[in-house]
Design a protein around this ligand. Structure first.
Ligand SMILES: [Fe+2]
Length: 279
């Protein structure tokens, strides 16, 4: 096991509005992203790459993508984004024209290689709809790309979770063709993790035999209503992001997902004094 794992940070659901406009009349998503970028920038060791897993802006419109780019400018780390249901493929491609997109139009799928890891970014957005679907071209590309190697671990990122987390109004807008994703993942053992967004809160389960995670948001969280008790609601809970740490080793090595709270907190303080004794 190497000293420093390969670190892939994931931030999600930024929902940037035009300057001065609050999301839902209440949430300052721009300030929330500034705090997120500050925490991410201060993290040591520095992550090797950052994936933004959808809903980069809110409406969407050009002004929001311009503002997003200004807010991300202090982030001195390489990053790539995939669209969520609040994004526009065309506006996102125009905002980030240098992305390694698989094709010149349509889904913004991307393959990014980072230190022996392959990141496969899948565009699950359906223009004008809140739910997700992986288009035939994306599924075909994923299958072909995964088949190109048998030993390099791959992490899959997409906005829409391929499972029902129990929050009724979000489960209605999850990934509609999850079984097609499961069939492909099941054929390729090198797929080690599926990392999603969309629900603005951390979740963890398994799907097609591998872990699947949802990354929390830097702003508001979807209310944890597991009993269909309330209308669709949000709460401003402690914000966070994920860091997926890959430790090379036997087989595909091991991926460990860490949740990092956004903000400044007391510490770190040593456990042991100068005499080596526990304080
Ligand atoms: Fe979303």
């Amino acid at each position: 096991m190497s000293l420093k794992p390969v670190l892939i940070a994931q931030i999600s659901d930024l929902h940037i509005k035009p300057p001065g406009v609050l999301a839902y009349g209440r949430v300052d998503t721009a300030r929330a992203l500034e705090r997120c970028v500050a925490t991410l920038s201060a993290f040591e060791p520095a992550p090797d790459f950052v994936v933004i897993s959808g809903d980069l802006v809110d409406t969407p419109d050009v002004e929001e993508y311009d503002y997003l780019k200004r807010l991300l400018a202090p982030l001195r780390l390489p990053f790539a984004g995939i669209p969520g249901n609040h994004d526009s493929r065309e506006l996102m491609r125009a905002a980030f024209p240098a992305g390694p997109y698989v094709r010149p139009a349509g889904p913004l799928d991307q393959k990014i290689e980072v230190g022996g890891l392959e990141l496969l970014l899948l565009d699950s957005s359906v223009p004008g709809k809140p739910h997700g679907t992986l288009e035939a071209s994306t599924l075909q590309w994923l299958d072909t790309t995964l088949a190109a190697s048998t030993d390099r671990p791959a992490l899959l990122f997409l906005h829409h979770p391929p499972f029902k987390g129990g929050i009724w109004h979000m489960d209605r807008q999850d990934l509609f063709n999850a079984e097609e994703l499961a069939r492909i993942v099941g054929r390729h053992p090198r797929a080690q993790l599926i990392a999603c967004g969309h629900v603005h809160r951390a979740m963890l389960t398994t799907f097609a035999g591998i872990p699947v995670t949802i990354c929390p948001a830097p702003n508001h969280a979807v209310d944890l209503d597991l009993g269909q008790l309330r209308e669709p609601s949000f709460k401003v809970e402690p914000p966070a992001f994920h860091i997926h740490a890959w430790f090379p080793g036997v087989g595909f090595g091991q991926v460990v997902t860490h949740q990092v709270p956004i903000g400044q907190f007391d510490g770190p303080h040593p456990f042991f004094g100068p005499d080596g004794k526990l304080l």
